[in-house]
Design a protein around this ligand. Structure first.
Ligand code: URP
Ligand code: ZN
Ligand code: ZN
Ligand code: ZN
Length: 466
């Protein structure tokens, strides 16, 4: 089966150019000057559309057990929603809980995903307890399981928290075996003190989730992670869900010294705020409880993050998709913000929300594609199979219509959530067609794929490592 995608503007990390793309089976066979492609194959008319690599969401948590409940999107519902939004690969987090064997945690995630996913997927591994056994397991996962990145938490004491000694040991191991350390950089023990004090003062509304996680405690943890990585012979470090100006300053300073330090941000930090969303009346703000938290609109966070994306001090935009419904889930925290399960769901909307940054002249077309597809592919060892429209790559392709419009609502989204964090938002652009390994799974915005067609993708080492 071959398909010629004709008349479009291909956008890659080096910018836009007019070209026709020939897909043969599951891969891209050739990229032709306009009109030079062969006759014969089925033609998809891409006139007026951008032809971009399928987006890669390198940070999702489908059906993650967390906060006494489980994230509401399954691998079935979540990967279907992702596909409709132009994402053709996710990298989700398999979890080793305290006291659990790393490989058993990984096996559990393979069991959850088997036969469920609509698009391709890989795993990072969350290490819930760094000890001799899990350090040994890191080597095995890198060598034979296609897992080349490990997430550690400086937050959530008693749940996922690792102390500095454990972090250092994992970093030393990663420096040896070539893996990337991903860090949730917030000072958890200090945050727990602030939470206790707030609750004692009767401050129980959702906004106090943000007020008890001040940016200083994100910046401090970010800085500490950077120094620990330095001690571990410049172990590659990737700061996840960076939300705040002061944390970004730490990353910038390290990068300006040539350090092996990278960071991602998420759409919620680029657009939403502590006051307008987390501070919504009554319990409404629970919809936007996530960690790191939304930041104040009275400070320069959002402008600084957009700038960081332009300067490559922020390399990637992921969603940290971790949805919980209001009913029965977010509601667990009525009267006590600390019991609201942490997470926002945006896996369906990242491509659109970042395209709005292009329309608003905050990002170039090339940077849009780079931050949502090419860099995540390179950062996490999926490149050149994913993340680029080029001969030999998987035919994961999105036709994006800049003349279209997207209105986001719980009434029309496909994620398994009873609200939208983006209710009523209108985007100047629209995902029109999505191919995943050569199969048209979205056409004219309508879903045509099926569950179980997505494959596990073992990952190589990051090509960002020095
Ligand atoms: O609020 C969040 N981010 N929930 C998901 C878990 C994590 O820390 O990434
Ligand atoms: Zn996190
Ligand atoms: Zn810089
Ligand atoms: Zn996360």
């Amino acid at each position: 089966m071959s398909i010629l995608i004709k008349g479009g503007t291909v956008v890659g990390p080096t910018g836009p150019y007019a070209a026709d793309v020939l897909v043969d089976g599951e891969t891209i066979a050739a990229v032709f000057a306009p009109g030079r492609g062969p006759d014969g194959p089925e033609v998809i008319d891409a006139t007026g559309k951008y032809v971009i690599p399928g987006a890669i969401d390198a940070h999702t948590h489908m059906q993650m057990p967390f906060g006494g409940t489980e994230a509401s999107d399954t691998f079935d519902t979540g990967t279907r929603a992702a596909a409709i939004g132009g994402t053709t690969t996710i990298v989700d987090f398999a979890i080793q809980r305290y006291g659990e064997v790393v490989q058993d945690g990984l096996a559990a995630w393979h069991a959850k995903t088997a036969g469920e996913c609509h698009i391709d997927y890989g795993f990072h591994m969350i290490l819930g307890g760094v000890d001799d056994d899990s350090l040994k397991a890191m080597d095995q996962l890198v060598a034979t399981e296609g897992i080349t990145s490990f997430k550690l938490f400086m937050a959530y004491p008693g749940v996922f928290y690792s102390d500095d000694g454990q972090i250092l040991r994992a970093m030393q191991k990663a420096r040896e075996n070539g893996a990337m350390i991903m860090m949730h950089a917030e000072n958890g023990p200090a945050i727990d003190v602030l939470i206790k004090q707030a609750l004692e003062r009767g401050e129980t509304d959702p906004i106090y989730h943000g007020r008890t996680r001040p940016q200083e405690l994100e910046a401090e943890a970010t800085s500490r992670a950077i120094w620990l990585a330095s001690v571990a012979a410049d172990c590659p470090l990737y700061i996840v869900h960076l939300s705040a100006s002061k944390a970004l300053e730490q990353v910038k300073a390290a990068r300006d010294l040539g350090r092996n330090v990278f960071a991602e941000t998420c759409p919620q930090y680029l657009y939403l705020t502590l006051e307008d969303q987390l501070g919504a009346p009554g319990f409404e703000g629970a919809k936007w409880v996530c960690s790191t938290p939304l930041r104040s609109k009275h400070e320069s966070h959002r402008a600084d993050l957009w700038q960081g994306l332009r300067t490559n001090d922020l390399s990637v935009v992921s969603t940290d998709h971790c949805p919980f419904c209001m009913k029965d889930q977010k509601e667990m925290g009525l009267g006590d913000f600390s019991k609201i399960p942490n997470g926002i769901g945006s896996v369906e909307h990242r491509v659109d929300l970042l395209y709005q940054g292009v329309v608003d002249k905050k990002l170039s077309l090339a940077r849009w594609v780079e931050t949502i597809a090419t860099t995540p592919a390179r950062m996490f060892g999926l490149y050149p199979r994913k993340g680029i429209v080029a001969p030999g790559s998987d035919a994961d392709i999105v036709l994006y219509d800049p003349a279209g419009r997207t209105r986001i609502s719980v009434e029309t989204h496909h994620m398994n959530m009873d609200y939208s964090a983006w209710e009523g938002w209108e985007i100047d652009g629209r995902v029109d067609t999505v191919l995943s390994r050569g199969e048209v799974i979205v056409s004219g915005g309508d879903y045509r794929g099926r569950k179980g067609r997505g494959k596990y993708v073992p990952r190589a080492l990051s090509d960002y490592l020095l």
